[in-house]
Design a protein. Structure first.
Length: 1141
């Protein structure tokens, strides 16, 4: 049970709390934002397809049917990237529209015959009016029984053939209305409400509207217009998701701003005037009377009496970024709300407050500091935030409303964008656009808290919808855990892949063996396979291109094609009855397919742009289809209304007979398809498998399915799973842990950047921690024994260890602040083992903490005077200490600074240091230089300085640049020696495509090369330094250093260095030095061919230094600047003069 006190740090009261996000009043452009595919979003006035009136070919006023997006006229939010909504939310806000149609046609014997003459031009046929008059007068209804059973042979219907009971009702006098909303009140209810309206796109308002109500599942309708809406134009209709008897209707604000509220399924209404224009609504997930309303002027209102009274929560709220807080407390407890709120033009914050009282004193800040625009996403048990600093984006997650933690993606993923695919199984599936991806994303899977992610599938196909939403081609199959289908881009082709173990292994789809006519299909893996469209419909009245159902495990119906790649033309319909192992083609053309009777039957309707009077029903998972008639007159089908989770076996078709007819609603009762309720003898067992492997997700799963051809109804209480027996654990029941990658052998090995010797992050002496073996069991995988003990994390005792990896930074990574404001510092350690932390703020005030693990982000300090302060953090225990510091400034911005410095210098000789800025700052920047532990800086107005190091060993150099109110810093460690040797290194060309051109990557490559040299040649690592230069092609320099404890004469030590140099050169020339950058990428290191003229022996120690300076600066300057460096070499001194322009 999650308590509010544990989550937010304060005790909850009976009043409910609200969380919201502070952002700019004027939307600011951002490079990336966190988006999600299924997060619970407010019901919005979204863009929809409507009918536009034009002129008929004869010049008279007629309905000219065109696709038109009316977001500009009606919904300003249509231009925002809003989160996708579930089908329930779509159903509460969807609008039915009449789509563009082809020429009028008759359907006979399963074929369509155009009524126009063959020689008539196609364009004229598309504009010609329909020749089909309505069969009944407006407002009347008729009832008839339609028989079927046609299987394409033309034979007459046989006895006991399936049949439908249908009735048609016309919405009289509404033929001019171009939009409609159809809502079923809810389970166990016979009430259907329909709102039709005429929206004038020129005026941008509703000019006519009608409200209809049925109490007999759609057999008859009563027009309520005169009873509830005198002189009121209705625009939107909503049903409370937690109490379907409660109805809320919005009026068009251009006429008047009011609400119509009903508590008896629309039998009676009360009218309430409001003083704002509602753009979207968000109902509470459990409290039926609680609603949030978002207005057109960025204000958020709340109501606790189902819209009768409203209270302003706050102004300047970001659209679509406010959420009700879902708590596990009882319904009587208070529930907070998550909101985005704009308070200034530059900084955005995520705060919490009471929905009925959001004053300054009532706010809380779960995440300290600013966050990016449109980066707040709340989905299930997770909250996601995004923060971009200096071009690098970091993502944060809160699990079960706990503290925020930094999301850990692979080190060199360097994400540009993140899209949350799902969070419904206690882990996060996310599509991440990596630094080297442009039109594709990579699929990542997290651990349960959503912190550590590993990559499952690269190069996912993505695109943008008409409303700007990111669509990722990933589909989780309902009813079978771990089954995912995705479209992957390979070169210029898109291909469909399937996984049965949550992304551990992927394979192509097996194509069907025969087509619909029984002929063989010539298609063999891997050059040819089945490919599926994975698009979700934005209209709840039309089906998705792929459909599955929890109550029908193993059945997958999808639109697709057979061939070498995915095609969006010449598609047909395919079905799998065994969870994607084998497929059958069921229709040559695209059809809309729905599940009936809890998945026991399938309904198909052609999606061609011609009217139809037939539908198709299958009771044997698509093996045989019965063609049934639902209307005596062909109907343009605009949508299908289903009745989920009910036992009445009723569906409703709505559309129109021709362009002049009223809206037609056809009620279809298909209960006669089933003669009785299923009994035990009507079922057979089905074993879930993966290409013959019966162990899927660690268990043998057996399901019950109805025998083909049995005409009995399943019922809601029907149990699908018969047994689930655990299997012995194998390698693929585990996914690679963070920092590990799957090899071709199937084993998980450390990535080249991951150091397996790093100690646990939070481990105190005497305690125990779980040490990863490189594997973690796939979530919801139920395997037992086997490799489970071997691959599971091992409990190890924490050993006393000296502090290491101490990092000190501010919460917003800024090194400047305004005088008198609170500054929050963040301290990070690689290990925590009974350490004491001492922080000196540099202004005479210091604090100490005895428990670092509980410290979090709570170190705050306010400076009373302006200046530059050296803030020092020092962690210490019985084993040793570590320290970190920064220089904080209390007062045209620079975006980047790079300190160019030699890795090794000669003691007593001047070394040249250069601060390279981007963009360049000609004589406008001030540079501050600190050497070792100095407290007073050297100040220069140029980005270069010469310095003589007198202390042997590692010396730190810190440089800061201040310009335009911005301060940036870089730090380098320079090794000072009396003499050394060096070699220039080069790498095999396959390294270049993996070089992201960042300093951390170069450091990791240098670390790996040094370790490899030490292992192959047998010399200790502390006598080597490897510096990888920026630029391309990648090059590096190996520094060979004398032993620190060397007591022999200098000449003898120099001879040892010469011998070491020869050993290294031999190993490099024999290609013995190599490392695996990725499982399929081996990089070889060799000696560079570049040589310089020999120098006198007395200056031999400077030869490598001259080479490194020349290569480093030439590569760096060619990449960043357009000026030429002037390199002046002297016998004792090398000086660089840099000019910025």
């Amino acid at each position: 049970m999650i308590k509010t006190k544990n989550v937010l740090g304060f005790e909850s009261s009976w009043t409910y709390w609200t969380l919201f996000f502070l952002c700019a009043l004027v939307p600011l452009p951002v490079r990336a934002e966190i988006t999600c595919a299924s997060c619970f979003a407010p019901i919005r006035r979204a863009a929809f397809v409507s009918r536009d009136f034009g002129s008929a070919p004869d010049g008279s006023t007629d309905k000219n049917w065109k696709w038109r997006l009316d977001g500009d006229q009606l919904s300003p939010e249509a231009h925002e990237k809003s989160p996708s909504v579930s089908w329930i939310e779509k159903l509460q806000n969807a609008n039915i529209s009449r789509a563009e149609r082809t020429s009028p046609a008759e359907e006979k014997d399963g074929k369509v015959y155009p009524t126009s003459s063959p020689e008539e031009p196609k364009v004229n046929r598309r504009e010609k009016r329909s020749l089909f008059p309505p069969e009944s007068a407006a407002g009347s209804r008729f009832q008839f029984r339609r028989t079927g059973g046609v299987d394409g042979t033309g034979k007459s219907p046989r006895q006991n053939e399936p049949h439908l009971i249908t009735s048609t009702f016309a919405l009289s006098a509404d033929s001019a209305h171009n939009q409609a909303m159809v809502l079923w009140s809810g389970p166990n209810s016979s009430v259907i409400l329909i709102l039709t309206k005429l929206f004038d796109f020129n005026l941008g308002t509703v000019t006519e509207s009608s409200l209809w109500r049925s109490v007999d599942f759609g057999t008859t309708y009563e027009k309520l217009t005169d009873k509830v809406m005198i002189r009121t134009m209705l625009s939107y209709l909503y049903v409370c998701p937690t109490n379907k008897r409660k109805i809320l209707i919005l009026s068009d604000p251009e006429v008047e701003s009011s609400l119509l509220i009903s508590s008896d399924e629309g039998a009676t209404f009360q009218k309430f005037n409001i003083n704002f224009y509602i753009m979207s609504l968000l109902f509470h997930p459990t409290q039926e009377n609680w609603i949030l309303a978002y207005s057109h002027d960025q204000r958020l209102y709340s109501s606790v009496d189902f819209g009768k009274k409203w209270i302003l929560v706050h102004e300047r709220v970001t659209p679509g970024r406010f959420y009700w807080y879902e708590s596990r407390r009882s319904c009587a407890q208070a529930y907070p709300v998550l909101i985005n709120l704009c308070v200034c033009l530059t900084e955005m914050q995520y705060i919490t407050c009471r929905a009925q009282k959001c004053s300054e004193e009532g706010r809380q800040y779960p995440f300290s500091g600013r966050i990016d625009t449109n980066s707040l996403v709340v989905q299930d048990q997770y909250i996601f935030l995004q923060l971009t600093t200096a071009g690098r984006t970091m993502y944060f997650v809160s699990y079960q409303r706990g503290p925020f933690r930094t999301i850990q993606l692979p080190k060199y993923c360097l994400p540009k964008d993140m899209h949350i695919v799902s969070t419904d199984e206690g882990q996060v599936l996310a599509a991440v656009q990596e630094w080297n991806e442009n039109d594709t994303y990579s699929l990542y899977i997290s651990d349960t808290p959503g912190v550590y992610f590993t990559r499952s599938l690269p190069n996912l196909h993505t695109f943008r919808s008409l409303t700007g939403n990111l669509i990722v081609d990933v589909y989780k199959v309902a009813g079978v855990s771990g089954l995912i289908i995705a479209n992957k881009k390979e070169d210029s082709q898109m291909r469909t892949y399937i996984t049965y173990n949550k992304g551990q292994t992927w394979s192509l789809l097996q194509p069907p063996v025969k087509d619909t006519t029984g002929h063989d299909i010539n298609c063999n893996l891997p050059s040819c396979s089945l490919h599926l469209l994975l698009q979700m419909s934005e209209n709840p009245y039309t089906p998705d291109t792929i459909s599955t159902k929890h109550s029908a495990p193993g059945i997958i119906v999808a639109t697709g094609n057979i061939g070498p790649e995915l095609s969006f033309s010449n598609t047909g319909m395919f079905i799998s009855s065994d969870a994607g192992n084998t497929w059958r083609k069921i229709f040559e053309e695209e059809h809309g397919v729905w599940f009936l009777d809890h998945g026991g039957a399938l309904l198909a309707v052609t999606q061609s742009a011609v009217p139809t009077r037939h539908l198709w029903i299958s009771l044997d998972e698509g093996r045989k289809w019965d063609k049934l008639s639902f209307s005596s007159t062909p109907l343009f089908v605009d949508g299908v209304l289903m009745t989920p989770e009910t036992e009445n076996h009723i569906i409703t078709f709505f559309g129109h007979f021709n362009y002049h007819s009223d809206w037609q609603l056809i009620k279809i009762d298909y209960s006669s398809l089933f003669g009785r309720k299923c009994t035990d003898g009507d079922f057979q067992t089905w074993h879930l498998h993966n290409k013959g492997e019966v162990c899927v997700m660690g268990e043998r799963q057996v399901y019950m399915k109805r025998k083909p051809g049995t005409r009995c109804t399943l019922g809601r209480e029907y149990s699908r799973v018969v047994s689930a027996e655990p299997c012995i654990c194998t390698l693929y029941d585990f996914e690679c842990d963070y920092g590990f990658e799957r090899q071709a052998s199937g084993k998980c090995a450390p990535a080249f950047w991951y150091d397996v010797n790093l100690p646990a992050h939070t481990c105190s002496h005497g305690q125990h921690y779980r040490n990863s073996t490189g594997y973690r069991q796939v979530l919801l995988n139920n395997c037992r024994e086997g490799l489970k003990d071997t691959l599971s994390p091992k409990m190890q005792q924490c050993k006393p260890i000296a502090p290491s990896g101490l990092q000190l930074s501010t919460i917003n990574s800024q090194l400047t602040a305004v005088l008198g404001t609170n500054i929050t510092f963040r301290v990070a350690l690689q290990n925590v083992s009974q350490q004491v932390l001492h922080v000196d703020f540099g202004d005479g005030i210091s604090v100490s903490y005895s428990n670092i693990s509980r410290l979090g982000d709570s170190i705050t300090h306010m400076y009373r005077v302006a200046g530059i302060f050296r803030v020092t953090a020092r962690a210490q225990n019985s084993q040793g200490s570590d320290s970190s510091f920064l220089y904080l400034h209390i007062t045209s911005p620079v975006e980047r600074i790079f300190l160019s410095a030699p890795v090794v210098v000669i003691r007593g000789n001047e070394a040249n240091l250069t601060a390279v800025l981007w963009p360049s700052q000609p004589r406008t920047a001030t540079f501050y230089w600190w050497f070792s532990n100095s407290t007073e800086p050297l100040i220069t107005l140029e980005g270069s300085i010469s310095y003589t190091f007198t202390r042997e060993g590692p010396n730190s150099v810190t440089v800061q640049v201040s310009t335009g109110g911005t301060v940036l810093q870089d730090v380098k460690i320079i090794t000072v020696k009396d003499f050394f040797r060096s070699l220039l290194l080069s790498f095999s060309p396959n390294l270049e495509e993996h070089n992201p051109s960042i300093a951390e990557w170069r450091q990791d490559v240098g670390r790996v090369v040094r370790a490899t040299l030490s292992q192959v040649c047998g010399f200790p690592e502390d006598q080597m330094l490897v510096s990888v230069f920026p630029g391309s092609p990648t090059a590096a320099e190996l520094f060979i250093l004398p032993n620190t404890n060397q007591s022999e004469f200098r000449s003898h030590t120099e001879e040892q260095l010469d011998k070491m140099s020869e050993v290294f050169m031999n190993a490099l020339n024999q290609n013995l030095i190599h490392f695996d950058l990725k499982p399929d990428t081996r990089v070889t290191v060799s000696v560079s061919q570049l040589t310089l003229a020999p120098l006198p022996s007395v200056y031999k120690h400077a030869e490598g230094y001259m080479r490194s300076v020349f290569l480093l600066l030439s590569s760096l300057l060619c990449q960043t600047f357009t000026f030429m460096p002037l390199l002046l070499a002297q016998t004792h001194r090398i000086r660089l003069h840099l000019t910025f322009f």
